[in-house]
Design a protein around this ligand. Structure first.
Ligand SMILES: NC(=O)c1ccc[n+]([C@@H]2O[C@H](COP(=O)([O-])OP(=O)(O)OC[C@H]3O[C@@H](n4cnc5c(N)ncnc54)[C@H](OP(=O)(O)O)[C@@H]3O)[C@@H](O)[C@H]2O)c1
Length: 247
């Protein structure tokens, strides 16, 4: 049946956690979002927001594996160092400490070919202003919106969407579940890159069901804790809005 998700079978001795992280929903989301919506030719400049998160970190690395120049946007020096070190990004922007628009403009003099967006709001707006001709904006998530309790709390951006017209560009959302018939293809590719040492990842494992409430509560902490790690114990997709430094 179209869209049906089969149970994941783990081979004897196989990792119990990989199917919840790189080979799980976040890895599959990165794979289909980047390759099907972004469609990267080698040499493209790819910018990823939420780049040190579970999905963003894999999306950036898949782009790098496909010969793209990858720039990650993340919060904090530790995550940025991980992005340019282990994850192989050409550059990383700490949106909590740097002027994102100026730095991105400097890093992408020819414009952004693919923007893989996990965040939405002000970060998406900055990227829209800098897209290149025929760019692809992949709408994966909108973390900056998730804690809004009323319509007034929602970020007012993006205001620069009309640049899609000037740049003959495309902005498209997607849902990973729609790719269920192709999950095996993505799992094989991700596994192949892992085995070849081309893909790296971190897992955040909180053992014991009794730790579940504590782990869930971390997602409402003022700032995400150690969030360059894939969420293995529980998905964490709700974050308080944080002001972005954009000038
Ligand atoms: N389309 C689909 O089918 C699909 C499927 C799965 C997930 N998703 C989406 O993918 C996105 C990422 O999910 P994930 O599980 O990978 O998340 P995650 O591992 O929890 O990482 C999210 C990252 O977002 C950053 N962040 C948090 N609040 C922010 C803010 N206000 N402004 C900018 N950045 C912020 C955090 O990093 P910093 O500390 O660096 O800010 C965090 O590392 C979510 O939006 C989720 O809904 C979409």
């Amino acid at each position: 049946m179209k869209g049906r998700v089969s149970p994941t079978k783990i081979a004897p001795g196989g990792s119990l956690t990989l199917p919840l992280s790189v080979l799980g929903v976040t890895g599959l989301t990165a794979y289909f979002g980047l390759l099907n919506i972004g469609r990267p030719p080698a040499g493209d400049t790819v910018v990823v927001s939420g780049a040190a998160g579970a999905t963003g970190s894999i999306a950036g690395q898949i782009a790098r594996i496909h010969g793209c120049r990858v720039i990650g946007i993340a919060g904090g020096p530790e995550k940025c160092a991980w992005l340019t070190g282990e994850a192989g990004c050409a550059a990383a922007i700490d949106y909590k400490a740097e002027p994102v628009a100026d730095t991105l403009r400097h890093l992408c003099p020819e414009g952004i070919n693919i923007f893989f967006d996990n965040v939405g709001g002000a970060i998406l707006d900055v990227a829209l202003a800098l897209i290149a001709r025929k760019a692809r904006v992949v709408l994966c998530g909108g973390i900056s919106r998730y804690n809004a309790e009323t319509a007034e709390d929602l970020p007012p951006e993006p205001k620069n969407y009309f640049n899609l017209v000037f740049q003959r560009a495309r902005m498209e959302g997607f849902l990973t579940l729609d790719y269920a018939p192709r999950f095996a293809e993505a799992e094989h590719a991700l596994q192949r890159w892992l085995t070849a040492g081309q893909l790296t990842y971190k897992e955040d494992i909180q053992p014991g069901f009794t730790n579940a409430p504590k782990t869930l509560l971390r997602s409402t902490a003022p700032f995400p804790v150690a969030s360059n790690e894939s969420r293995t114990a529980l998905p964490r997709q709700l974050y308080p809005g944080q002001p972005c430094q954009l000038t």
